[in-house]
Design a protein around this ligand. Structure first.
Ligand SMILES: O=C(O)CCC(=O)C(=O)O
Ligand SMILES: [Fe+2]
Length: 310
């Protein structure tokens, strides 16, 4: 337990055209499912849609964003708890985050840009719009593939329509003296699918089922895919929400952005009948994502089993 692992995160290739039903599509669908069942994450090559040059623009856009005055950053509020701007807090003193709800709608990115730069910032607006659009497409594709691999693709539209594709931008300030510190505590995401686009500073680590932690080493602009408790429950426990954390080392600030598909309020999460049988009895009672999130916030040691386990 706790040792550095030699196990690797699988790398899956999403570059170029992917046609539903084609051999490559079918093979990839199988690989997505296997990777998300164990270890519960993978790296995605997606450079035809999000090239490294675009990622670089995104990281400079974030640097510029986090440099604006705190009181302006605080103007980004959300009707959803924890989705707006969050300044560093004593439990996470290096971590700063701000997010855009329903970010696949360009007007929400425009509204955010206008709030941060009342005088306008076309470059930021265009960069974030492109990145968000492309990464949202990937999140949907992964959801379709997972559902298809379990013979439950007919539920994709319902899942899609009841989701908030939330875009999050994160800064981790380099610790004084470059000492190693925990930038983000080990946790399991609570949502459906998470796509992370971290910069080259590194530090993201995942915990394998044997308890060992491994750094996620990314080649040339790959993205990292994980799933949260909601997707685990929706697949009746088949997918594995991997525990992950961010360790900071060295003198460089770290930037990372990500797309989180999150159920809208008042949507009941329940595994479809296709995924429940004698061999796979239902593991969770139907639950509302926000009820679970609020429960978790005051019971940090507990998970979905304690909240909604059958
Ligand atoms: O910054 C990262 O790369 C990871 C962020 C993360 O795990 C989260 O926001 O849930
Ligand atoms: Fe996370």
């Amino acid at each position: 337990m706790g040792s550095q692992s030699v196990m690797k995160v699988p790398v899956l290739d999403f570059s170029g055209d992917l046609k539903p039903g084609a051999e490559r599509w079918k093979a990839l669908t199988q690989e997505v499912r296997e990777a998300l069942e164990s270890p519960g994450c993978f790296a995605a090559i997606y450079n035809t849609a999000v090239p490294e040059s675009l990622q670089k623009e995104m990281f400079s856009a974030m640097k510029e964003l986090f440099e604006i005055p705190q009181e302006t950053k605080m103007n980004n509020r959300s009707e959803f708890k924890y989705h707006g701007y969050r300044a560093p807090v004593p439990e996470a003193p290096f971590f700063e985050v701000t997010g855009i709800d329903h970010a696949a709608l360009p007007e929400n990115i425009e509204r955010f840009t206008d709030l941060m730069w009342p005088q306008g910032n076309t470059k930021f607006n265009e960069t974030v719009k492109t990145v968000t659009m492309k990464i949202t497409e990937l999140a949907k594709l992964i959801q379709i593939m997972v559902l298809e691999s379990y013979g439950a693709e007919k539920y994709f539209d319902d899942l899609d329509k009841s989701s908030n594709y939330h875009f999050r931008m994160m800064k981790y300030k380099a610790p004084e003296g470059g000492h190693q510190v925990e930038g983000l505590k080990g946790h399991v995401d609570k949502n459906i699918v998470t796509i992370l686009c971290p910069d080259q500073v590194g530090g993201l680590e995942v915990q394998f089922k044997d308890g060992s932690w491994a750094p996620v080493v990314l080649s040339g602009g790959s993205l990292v895919i994980t799933i949260g408790d909601t997707f685990m429950a929706w697949t009746n426990g088949r997918l594995h929400p991997v525990r992950h954390r961010v360790m900071l080392r060295g003198y460089e600030d770290r930037y990372s952005c990500g797309l989180f598909s999150i159920p809208n309020p008042n949507v009941l999460i329940e595994a479809p009948k296709e995924l429940v049988d004698e061999e796979h009895p239902k593991l969770f009672k139907p639950f509302d994502y926000y009820d679970y999130y609020n429960f978790y916030k005051i019971n940090k040691e507990c998970g979905l089993k304690e909240f909604a386990g059958v």
